[in-house]
Design a binder for this molecule. Sequence first.
Ligand code: ADP
Ligand code: MG
Length: 399
Amino acid sequence: MEKMTVRDLDVQHKKVLVRVDFNVPIKDGVISEDNRIVAALPTIQYLLDNKARVILFSHLGKVNHKDPEKTESDKAKNNMAPVAVRLGELVDAPVKFVDVTRGEKLEKAIAQMQDGEVVVMQNTRYEAGESKNDPELSKYWASLADLFVSDAFGTSHRAHASTVGVAELLPSGLGFLVEKEVKALASAVYEPRRPFVAIVGGAKVSDKIAVVENLLTIADKVLIGGGMAYTFFKALGYEVGQSLLEEDRVELAKEFLAKAQDKLVLPIDNVIADRFAADAHSKVVRNSEIPHDYMALDIGPATIELFKKHLQGAKTVVWNGPMGVFELEPFAVGTLEVCRAISSLEDANTVIGGGDSAAAAIQLGFKDKFTHISTGGGASLQFMEGKQLPGIEVIANKE
Ligand code: ADP
Ligand code: MG
């Protein structure tokens, strides 16, 4: 079902409230990475070009609302002001920052807006009601505008006042960023060209149960790597030494293996180390040979070859979770080679979801080598679990 987008709204002379994701890293008032601000520009520019009045709001970091002392220091730390300054440098329009999330000052600034101008509101999480999707807060924010645009994919899995509450009260559409994410993920997960190969790794089975479960029902093969593989090893009766192991998930791993033996592909060798460190003593061993004082930190060379073989000819690849501890160079090879294999596929739809997986692919130099690298960690995971994202679900379908 296609959702309404910003293109379907008549935005001229209208006050348009846009939920963006301006949750950028800030240290001592300095933004170290402005990717997310840049990513919001197409929607903002479209609205300005079409003579709208653009009111932007976003969360930034976390604000503790239980301990009053923490509330104040969190607010000081997560002030949206530097973001508005940066936006002003990037966009060719007047940008006004209002340092509150409600009240006369904000209402006045909005009342004085002209077409083609931008107001940036203070951090939505200054409001305790934001994360609770508080109806009064949603109603207040909705009262400030005529239309709502949802362009914060990374928070679309959270039902907050600024993502869901407001969208329920105003005519709404998706922004370009969210539209792109939804199209890319949906084409892989809901309309995959086959063969469809899924690769799941990362730290824990418990984080990925629903992802594995869903991908097993829709993919032709599910390749398992990373730390979660060792709970599967245990389920098969191997000793895993000091490797990541979730004892309480061994039974579940057994169930997966019993249900989907023909689909699940596990590593056949491993890079093991005597410590969790880049300069640890390491070697390659088969699954049955992990000594009790060693830990497996990457898939081995035979596994890389096996995974490459399964990837051959794939038309859809969905990848979530690194194959090893890619943050330490000696254990990044598995992730690097899987990146390389996926990105060299011809005529395939290749999609990465998951915060660390996206970071790994970018860090290893594969930024432009996939069809789509999702910007939303938790949101893309939820998508791969086959679940609806409340912030997208709430937007009306096209007639
Ligand atoms: P994503 O954010 O992409 O969903 P996860 O958060 O599940 O991925 O997992 C990423 C983390 O998993 C990385 O920090 C990586 O170091 C860790 N990891 C991968 N393989 C192993 C392993 N064999 N042992 C311990 N940690 C691992
Ligand atoms: Mg992660």
